[in-house]
Design a protein around this ligand. Sequence first.
Ligand code: AMP
Length: 282
Amino acid sequence: MKVISSINGMMKFSKSAKRQGRSIGFVPTMGALHKGHFSLIRKARIENDLVIVSIFVNPAQFGPKEDFSKYPRVFKLDLGVCKQAGVDVVFYPRVKEMYPSSYQTFVTVGELSDTLCGKSRPGHFTGVATVVTKLFNIVGPDTAYFGQKDAQQSVIIRRLSRDLNFPVRIRVVPTVREIDGLAMSSRNSYLNQRQRDEATVLNHSLELAKDLIRAGEKNPKEIIRCMKRLIGNIKSAKIDYIDIVGLEDLETVKKVSKGCLIALAVWIGKTRLIDNIIIDGA
Ligand code: AMP
């Protein structure tokens, strides 16, 4: 397994791989790798000749009051995970090379960026779209892998990729959960034991929504009301948003139907967690 830090080095490697006709699967991450990342990498491993994982805590996607400086950075451990998963190259660029002081170009995907998480994290998805654009140009993947866990991000990347004609296939991989249902996330490490237990309420509220829909409830407002009531029982939990939206346009639906996305963000103490499900039958 190679570690490449320079942009030039990464571009050279990819060019040479392409010349040899080898397909590239790419998994962009911010590191602190867990089983969620692992499942993306495994999928990429199965479907491609070469697997490239980027590890880059992207400052452009953090707001000024967000957790950029305290975001977990455990590069050595991450290298172990990558090796175990059969990664060929870890791309580990420096912030200064990705965003030199002269840097001034940003990519914004329209309305899709302003809803759901975009409301409380203005500029976040511009940061995401910008770094993914840069990474696609540097790595030149045939297929890129993203997690359903960050549903809005996946929708935005698909849009970006189509709008800017990137010759990249986008694959979205199901959310990997802890045994008790909590979606795996690098930010779970911020939680103390009590908060960790209470954080399962995100998944429980989504399960409740599923049960209501199975029982015939189609009114999004009623479903959201029940979810809010459940989450309200947890003292440390503060809801940022709960919404039921169409999976393509992320617009709030009037009636729940198959393929809708139920998405939520909840603060557990000082940690903001997200989760979602896609309704598979209604
Ligand atoms: P991050 O390092 O948090 O930027 O995540 C890198 C990629 O891993 C993104 O495409 C995420 O959606 C994906 N990911 C994060 N957590 C999970 C999870 N629990 N299950 C599946 N994919 C995940």
